[in-house]
Every structure is written in structure tokens, then in C-alpha cells.
Design a protein around this ligand. Structure first.
Ligand code: HXC
Length: 449
């Protein structure tokens, strides 16, 4: 056998600490047979995976590999299968983190895809199932590794990566930062930090414009309620019409899921639904309360979305919120229309606390569209259709597009001033942390994967 392959078999494994707490780690060595995965290489990885699960500590994998070691044939494939099986067993028990620091080809991509967070670095990370050579042979197309599966591609287009860094050093800082928000396993809570007030420069009363067509950056609302105004965003560059990430409220790590009116008016679509649903499930698995900020005109209409399965993907959000038993706090900032109202952690999906700001509009659809449908006859038959239409829109707004109808039914617990949001979230998290819920007995559900 090739002597180089015997040298550590292309991977090192071990344990270490992050901020004083133990973690398990493996790192592939591209200088040995391109970090390719043979049976012994796989056994080293599965050994540290078993250790991490047994010790209930996070697993970090540094991936730098040409995929299945071709010379070892089916043994390499068997090795991957053993890894994927363990990734799945550990899912929801210990946090699993993948760092892509080189090529990650063929079978090498699927272990990261089964883990919770994937980190990529500009110009270094490359992930693909079939490389440029194969594509050229089979399809006759020339493409560079970066254009096929570089760090930007996976951060902006495919959504496979969760964190993008310009350098390895930045990437390592991101990993350490992420760890501060996570518990070490599903039987713990994330470490609690000292509470800190948000930065006064985020004036929560002034962020959301009254005009429902005016955009704003929902991250400013998050920063206005978060300790130290610190928000650690996940998948920042992909499906940016929804914002997800961690922030602390009163020292407690919370997951935020927020419509982003700056992008596509904050609609839910195929990708943003996937992004939100997976994150909600992560938070639920690891005892992290979920805070939802709602400002949504609905699901994105159109042939492209329908044909891409917006029904199937959108259903994931309904499933994830309904299934989650962690404290769920919802604040309706402005629009909450149609399916978007239901999907974004509504009372009906068992949010524990639902607050609405006074300018919130909760309705089946926006006033313009609704008035055109239900008052069409009156509008067209009137002497001045445009004036009648305006009048009907106004009537509709007064009657339906406000938070008070929902509050009167108990779907909204309180209509609150924006300035009260942080105080009430702190209270809600405290109360909901003591909640006890039970689900019907089942092996597992069948989510619309
Ligand atoms: C054995 C491999 C290897 C592999 C690379 N090497 N990939 N050896 N099995 N899969 C070796 C090379 O022979 C070379 O050895 C050394 O690693 C460095 O490779 P280079 O090609 O010189 O490096 P570079 O130009 O940087 O290109 C890196 C690469 C390329 C992009 C990863 O090597 C490549 O395309 N490899 C094949 C990728 C691939 O198609 N993998 C899929 C395998 S099938 P020497 O001795 O010359 O230094 C698979 C299916 C599993 O994974 C499915 C499970 C679900």
C-alpha cells in the first residue's frame, strides 16, 4: 500500500476545549492522498463521533477531502455510510459543526449536510458532488471549482453553508462565537450570561414605518431588544427575506426568526421556508426559546414558486412551529396576512405569547386586494370607482386590518407599545420556561421534508 496513506490515514482526531468546555474534533489532512476517505480513515472519524455522543459534547469536523478513496472501493463507501448513520443518530442530541477548509468532494459533502452548521471560507472551501472533471466529461461543460461550489455559491445560492468568512481566522472566531449560544447537548440549556441593556442608538419606536409599503431592516428591531444589541446572524446571504440567528435576551440565548421587509417585502418562499423550519427545529431540539417577529404579506405568488413546491416547503414552517415545545414568543410588528399570519408562530400553532404592536394589520389579505375582491360590484357600479375604492380600502382597514379583532378573540394576548417589547419578552421567556407540554405518543412525525 502507498506509504503516504499509512501516515495517519489522512485524518487526525482528538478532544480539546472551547472556553473551557470539552469538544471532540477531527481534521482531514489533504497532504495524505487528498484527504480521501478509506476504511481506516472512516473508522477514526466514527471513533471520535461515538466518543462525542457518549460524552455528550459537540463534534467539530474539519473537512478537506477528495471524497471516497478510489483505491479502497466499496470499503470507502461503507466508511461514509457509517459516518452518515452516526451523524443522524447524533442529530438533535449534540451540536455538530462542519468546517469546509479545502475541497469537499463526492461522498465528503453529505456528512456536513447532515450536521447543524456548515462554515465556509472564501477561496478555500469547495463543495460538490461531482467535480469539474466529471461535469466536463459527462456534460461537456467547463466550470471552475469556485463557480461550481465555492464559498459564495453555498452561502448565497444553494444554502448549504450557514457561515461565510473571508479568512480561516475569521471562521474560527465565528465558530467560537456560535458555541457561546449553544448548550453542549440536548439535556442542557445554553450558558446564561449577565444581562445587558441594548444600545440606546436603536430606537425601537422609530424603526418600523407606518406605511406598510415602506421597507426597513428587521435586524434593527432585533438589536433594539437584544442584550448589548448583539445579533449573531445565520445564513445571512441566502434567502434573505427571512432573518434567523441567535441573540441573548436577559442573558438567555434565544433563536430569532423574523420576516425581512427589506428583501421581497419579507414574503415566505421555498428557500426562506426551508431556512426558517430547520432553524426552529434546531432551537427546539436544543432548548433554545424561539422569538418570532412578524411582518409578512404572505407566501410569494407565481408559477416558479408553485412549480418549485412552495406548498411542500411552506408546510415545513407550519410543521416546525407546531412541533416545537420550547418557549415561543411572537411579536406582530406590522403586516400579518393570510398564510403568513398562521405560519409565523401564531397562537393557533401554540405560540405561548403573542404580542402585537398598535399598527399591526392582521387579515386574510392586504386592504387593497381584499377591497377589490369583496367590494368589486360596488366599486365598478359607483359613479366614481376610484373614490369608492379608496373609501372601501379605508373601511376595510378600520374593520379588519388592525390587531384588535385578533386580540378580542384571544389570538393576540396584548397590544403593546414597541417600547415595551423587550420588557415583555423577558417576562414571557421567564414564564414560558416553566411550561409543560406533551405530544401524542408516536415514533416520530412525518414532516414535509
Ligand atoms: C484517492 C485521491 C482522491 C480520491 C484526490 N486524490 N482525490 N485519491 N481517491 N477520491 C489524490 C490525488 O490522486 C493526488 O494524489 C492527491 O490526492 C491530490 O489530488 P490533486 O488532484 O493533485 O489535487 P487538486 O488539484 O487540488 O484537486 C483536488 C480535487 C481532485 C478537486 C479533490 O483531486 C478531485 O477532483 N478528486 C476527485 C474528486 C471526486 O470526484 N471524488 C468523488 C469520489 S466518489 P498524489 O499521489 O498525486 O498526490 C465518492 C462517492 C461517495 O466520493 C458516495 C458516498 C455517498
Amino acid at each position: 500500500m502507498d506509504k503516504k496513506i499509512l501516515h495517519g490515514d489522512g485524518v487526525i482526531i482528538g478532544t480539546g476545549t472551547i472556553y473551557g468546555q470539552s469538544v471532540c474534533i477531527f481534521a482531514q489532512d489533504f497532504t495524505v492522498a487528498g484527504g480521501s476517505l478509506g476504511l481506516m480513515h472512516a473508522r477514526k472519524i466514527t471513533k471520535i463521533m461515538d466518543h462525542a455522543l457518549k460524552m455528550r459534547v459537540p463534534l467539530i469536523g474539519i473537512n478537506d477531502s477528495g471524497g471516497a478513496r478510489i483505491q479502497e472501493g466499496v470499503n470507502s463507501l461503507a466508511g461514509y455510510g457509517e459516518i452518515f448513520f452516526r451523524n443522524t443518530l447524533s442529530s438533535g442530541v449534540i451540536p455538530q459543526i462542519s468546517v469546509i477548509l479545502g475541497p469537499c468532494a463526492g461522498g465528503a459533502v453529505y456528512s456536513p449536510a447532515l450536521t447543524d452548521f456548515v462554515f465556509v471560507v472564501d477561496k478555500i472551501s469547495k463543495m460538490f458532488i461531482t467535480g469539474p472533471e466529471v461535469i466536463k466529461t459527462v456534460l461537456g461543460e467547463e466550470i471552475s471549482m469556485d463557480d461550481l461550489g465555492g464559498a459564495k455559491v453555498h452561502s448565497e445560492i444553494s444554502g448549504n453553508a450557514h457561515f461565510y468568512a473571508e479568512s480561516e481566522l475569521e471562521c474560527f472566531e465565528q465558530i467560537k462565537k456560535l458555541m457561546t449560544y449553544l448548550p453542549w447537548s440536548n439535556d442542557q440549556k445554553a450558558k446564561r450570561y449577565e444581562t445587558r441593556e441594548p444600545d440606546q442608538k436603536y430606537k425601537i419606536d422609530e424603526i418600523v414605518p407606518d406605511d406598510p409599503r415602506q421597507p426597513y431592516d428587521v435586524r434593527d428591531v432585533i438589536k433594539a431588544v437584544a442584550d448589548d444589541s448583539e445579533f449573531f446572524e445565520i445564513q445571512e446571504y441566502w434567502a434573505a427575506n427571512i432573518v434567523i440567528g441567535f441573540a441573548r435576551v436577559n442573558g438567555e440565548s434565544c433563536g430569532f426568526v423574523c420576516n425581512q421587509p427589506l428583501v421581497l417585502a419579507g414574503v415566505l418562499d421555498v428557500d426562506s421556508a426551508d431556512k426558517a423550519a430547520r432553524f426552529i427545529r434546531f432551537c427546539d431540539a436544543f432548548n433554545i426559546p424561539v422569538i418570532t417577529f412578524v411582518d409578512i404579506p404572505g407566501y410569494l405568488p407565481g408559477v416558479e414558486q408553485e412549480h418549485s413546491g412552495v406548498i411542500r416547503h411552506g408546510a415545513k414552517v407550519l410543521y416546525a412551529y407546531s412541533e416545537a415545545t420550547v418557549p415561543k414568543m411572537t411579536v406582530i410588528l406590522r403586516k400579518a396576512y393570510g398564510g403568513g399570519y398562521i405560519a409565523m408562530s401564531s397562537r393557533h400553532l401554540r405560540a405561548d405569547f403573542v404580542f402585537a404592536w398598535p399598527g399591526a394589520e392582521i387579515a386574510v389579505m392586504g386592504p387593497e386586494g381584499a377591497a377589490n375582491i369583496i367590494f368589486r360590484k360596488e366599486i365598478t357600479e359607483s359613479g366614481n370607482p376610484e373614490e369608492t375604492r379608496k373609501q372601501k380600502v379605508k373601511e376595510y382597514k378600520q374593520k379588519f386590518a388592525n390587531p384588535y379583532v385578533a386580540a378580542a378573540r384571544g389570538y393576540v394576548d396584548s397590544v403593546i407599545e414597541p417600547s415595551e417589547t423587550r420588557k415583555l419578552l423577558i417576562h414571557a421567556i421567564e414564564v414560558a420556561s416553566k411550561k409543560s407540554t406533551s405530544m401524542p405518543k408516536k415514533k416520530h412525525g412525518v414532516p414535509p421534508f
